[in-house]
Structure formats: structure tokens, C-alpha cells
Design a protein around this ligand. Structure first.
Ligand code: DC
Length: 246
């Protein structure tokens, strides 16, 4: 069952009056809080959640597993086309990333996979193959889609687009905490900052799908805001516009 997601079983009702086919995109650099925010917004609105970063990570992970050289663009494109990836939400509301029926949610978060994903995401052909699959999944709506180019390239006509940002210090602290959660020990902050800086450079300067603020997107600085506040701001914007649309 490739590219399937199941909706988070919401304890709350979706916001009144919202279209079930709603499409929301959330872009921003690493550590800006997109994933957590996107998950919670999807939950609050009763929508599904698509983590496009996880799709690039899965491709990188599969390439490493299958000894595909990460500079071999043709093989990467071929792999992207046949990748059997699925997203499943557990009853506890946690998103699990599946490859060939195996839970790889944790395995795709290592530094090795992060760097390989950042590398392969540079290739226009690889991006085209991935974007096609992302569109195939969420085109019908009912999704919060999160990544680096979701409002600019994947769904430029989405009715609701947000761009999250935060200071480099805050982003590095968040990434450090995430790594500590994964591995049980904190890497030095300077090392995390260097890795983030490196990845930011790749994300912002690639020829296709570079990280930009999408046209028409609402920017939210998350440096000193809680996830709850950010989600509330997004919900307010969506509700206001939905009401105006009648
Ligand atoms: O958000 P993340 O760190 O899980 O993303 C993993 C890599 O994939 C990251 O280097 C950026 C890349 N990516 C991308 O190029 N386009 C996207 N829409 C999402 C992620």
C-alpha cells in the first residue's frame, strides 16, 4: 500500500465550517518547528499529515540499504519511482514511516541519513520524481503538507500557506534536543550549529526547490512562541478566511 496515510483519530471535532478537502502547506528551515506544528494543526483540523522531509529521508535510507551510490541520479530516480513508502498513525497519534512494511521512523533520523537526504534532494530529477508522488497523495486535499518547497513548488495554489522561521540559536537548541531524545546524549551545540548551517546552505541554494518563502505565505516567527500558540495563529487565519469565503 504505497504512500498511504491514515488520519489521526481526533478527540476533538474538526473546526466548524472547514472544508474536508482543505489543503494547507507549511514550509521553513530545519528546526523552525514545522513538523510538530503540522502534526498538531492536522490533528486540530481533522486532516491528514504529509511529512515531505520523511519522503526524502526514506529515499536516502533505501539508497544506503540497497548500496545505491548517492551520486547516481538515474538509480536514485528509479528508486524514488518504485519506493514502497507508507505513513501510518498509531492509535496514540504518532506518525510512523514505513518502508516495505517495516517501521523506519527512527532509522531515518540519524545524521548519516540526514546528510544523504540533504545531498540527494539537490538533484532536480530526484525532486521531480518525489514531488510527483507527493502530489499524487495529497492533491485531493484534506492534508497538512510540510517541507521546504510545499507552498512554492508542490502545491503553489494551496489556499493556505505558512512559512515558519526561528533564529539559528533556537533552531540549533531544538535540533540538539531532538538528537538527545533519539540517542540519549546531547551532541555539542557547536557541532549541531555547524551541521544546521551546512544543511541550510544546501536547502537555500539548490537550483530546484530551494527553500524560499512561498508567494502568498504567512510568515510566523516561532523563536519565542509555543507550538500551541503557532497552531492557534494558523487556525485563526484559516477560520477567518473560510468565514469570508462563506
Ligand atoms: O525536514 P527534514 O530535515 O526531515 O528533511 C530532510 C531533507 O530533505 C532535508 O535536507 C531537506 C530535504 N527536503 C527537501 O529538499 N524538500 C522538502 N520538501 C522536504 C525536505
Amino acid at each position: 500500500m504505497p504512500w498511504a496515510t491514515r488520519k489521526v483519530k481526533s478527540a476533538r471535532k474538526p473546526s466548524a465550517g472547514l472544508l474536508p478537502r482543505l489543503l494547507v502547506t507549511i514550509d521553513g528551515p530545519a528546526g523552525s518547528g514545522k513538523s510538530t506544528t503540522a502534526k498538531q494543526l492536522a490533528h486540530a483540523l481533522g486532516l491528514s499529515y504529509l511529512d515531505t522531509g520523511a519522503t526524502y529521508r526514506t529515499l536516502a535510507y533505501a539508497a544506503i540499504q540497497q548500496d545505491v551510490v548517492i551520486t547516481d541520479v538515474e538509480q536514485l530516480i528509479e528508486l524514488a519511482r518504485r519506493l514502497s513508502l507508507g505513513f501510518v498513525t498509531t492509535p496514540a497519534g504518532r506518525l510512523r514511516v514505513m518502508l516495505d512494511g517495516q517501521d523506519i521512523s527512527q532509522a531515518i533520523r540519524t545524521e548519516e541519513v540526514s546528510e544523504a537526504a540533504a545531498h540527494i534532494a539537490q538533484y532536480p530529477g530526484v525532486r521531480a520524481a518525489m514531488v510527483k508522488r507527493q502530489r499524487g497523495l495529497a492533491r485531493a486535499g484534506g492534508f497538512v503538507v510540510e517541507g521546504r518547497d510545499t507552498g512554492s513548488v508542490v502545491f503553489p495554489d494551496a489556499p493556505y500557506k505558512f512559512f515558519l522561521d526561528a533564529s539559528p540559536q533556537v533552531r540549533a537548541h531544538r535540533r540538539q534536543r531532538e538528537l538527545a531524545r533519539l540517542y540519549g546524549s546531547k551532541p555539542p551545540l557547536a557541532q549541531v550549529q555547524e551541521q544546521l548551517h551546512f544543511r541550510d546552505g544546501l536547502d537555500r541554494t539548490r537550483r530546484v526547490g530551494a527553500l524560499v518563502k512561498p508567494r502568498g505565505a504567512v510568515t510566523i516567527d516561532t523563536s519565542h512562541r509555543t507550538v500551541r500558540d503557532v497552531v492557534r495563529i494558523m487556525q485563526q487565519r484559516i477560520r477567518q478566511r473560510e468565514r469570508r469565503r462563506g
